[in-house]
Write a protein that binds this ligand. Structure first.
Ligand code: NAD
Ligand code: IPM
Ligand code: MN
Length: 349
């Protein structure tokens, strides 16, 4: 029998609630298989920071690295909490994990499931994947401010785009498009961000020559937000930088049934480090602790985890159970645990 060492980081707010359901589903999906998940919980996030002052220690990082994969709920305290003024949990924990573990592919699928409560009247068949670069762009922390607090303050946050970093994620996106409907859309803002946009456009053009079967399209990011709402069915694989990918995937979640359904994987395709699976959403302080959060995004992230580990049968079973649950949901409000339990019941049927 195979053993998988899984690091589990519930985090803050609804992260804790949705990961509890995701773990129930993982257990149910693997109950009859010969794979065993050895789970190590990690107490990280705003709660841990407030208790100990630590965000992510070297010891935490080393311990996490010794796992085969990671599941994360969400991190981040209540915005404006004065006790978190000097902490930056998002940078110090979440981005540190993505950077240190070289999660250069942030994979964010959007599929409109039958019965999902989308806001669009005629959405068509919506099934696309955003391949969001995960280790560069404006996220790297290459910034600073001078003359702070004065009327002459200058604050910069420079987007870093390396040929190495762009090429590897573009290659991944083309390979993914080859396995799907063979359409790739680069999203950027080349009309204004000429240097950052230029390198993306050039590398996409170069790699495209190796993939004559893949139809390549380009959209400026502002226009892409239009088409995500008016024609989401035109997309197959979208490749874009770290910040545009962040923004587009919350929008993509909203048009395909809500952010509570949007799953993601932070992938290290080379396998040198564990990949990390998490819902796209955050810790949702506005509904935390009330059993109001939809755990489906976290549960679909488990399906992505299983797929990544090569456990395709188990992954498909989770996706089917979720699909069936979404199809039968109706309007009745359910608690976080009721959704998790309903999906577990389907897996046990
Ligand atoms: P958010 O995603 O936490 O919440 C945005 C809105 O969506 C809120 O109204 C929330 O109630 C709702 N929502 C989110 N997930 C939901 C779910 N599963 N079911 C039902 N409704 C859901 O974004 P935010 O409010 O901008 O951020 C809150 C905190 O989370 C911040 O500290 C932010 O930095 C952090 N954050 C963390 C992650 C992460 O850990 N990956 C991602 C995004 C935001
Ligand atoms: C996400 C989040 C993170 C991001 C934040 C919390 C750092 O919004 O996972 O989408 O911007 O990547
Ligand atoms: Mn985001």
């Amino acid at each position: 029998s195979r053993e998988v060492k899984l690091a589990v980081i519930p985090g803050d707010g609804i992260g804790v609630e949705v990961v509890a359901e995701a773990m129930k589903v993982l257990d149910a999906a693997t109950a009859d298989s010969d794979v065993r998940f050895e789970k190590t919980p990690f107490s990280l996030g705003a709660a841990r920071y407030l208790e100990t002052g630590d965000t992510l220690t070297d010891a935490d990082l080393d311990a996490i690295k010794a796992h085969d994969a990671i599941v994360l709920g969400a991190v981040g305290g209540v915005p404006g909490d004065p006790r978190l003024k000097d902490a930056n949990i998002e940078r110090g924990l979440l981005l540190k994990l993505r950077f240190e573990l070289d999660h250069y592919v942030n994979l964010r699928p959007s599929k409109l499931y039958a019965g999902a409560p989308g806001p669009l009247a005629n959405p068509g068949e919506v099934d696309f994947v955003v391949v969001r670069e995960g280790t560069e762009g404006p996220y790297v922390g290459n910034g600073g401010a001078i003359r702070k607090g004065t009327p002459h303050e200058v604050a910069n946050e420079t987007s870093v785009n390396t040929a190495f970093g762009v090429e590897r994620v573009v290659r991944y996106a083309f390979a993914l498009a080859e396995r799907r409907r063979k359409k790739l859309t680069l999203v950027h803002k080349t009309n204004v961000l000429v240097h950052a946009g230029g390198i993306w456009q050039r590398i996409v053009r170069e790699v495209a020559e190796e993939h004559p079967e893949v139809a390549v399209d380009y959209l400026h990011v502002d226009a892409a937000t239009i088409f995500l709402v008016t024609n989401p069915d035109r997309f197959d694989v979208i490749v874009t930088d770290n910040l545009f990918g962040d923004i587009l995937t919350d929008l993509a979640g909203a048009v395909t049934g809500g952010i509570g359904l949007a799953a993601s994987g932070n992938i290290n395709p080379d396998g040198a480090f564990p990949s990390m699976f998490e819902p796209v959403h955050g810790s949702a302080p506005d509904i935390a602790g009330q059993q109001k959060a939809d755990p489906t995004a976290a549960i679909l992230s488990i399906a992505m985890l299983l797929d990544h580990l090569g456990l395709h049968t188990e992954s498909t079973r989770v996706t089917r159970a979720v699909e069936d649950d979404i199809a039968d949901r109706g309007e009745a409000a359910r608690t976080t645990a009721q959704v998790g339990d309903a999906i577990v019941t389907r897996l046990q049927a």
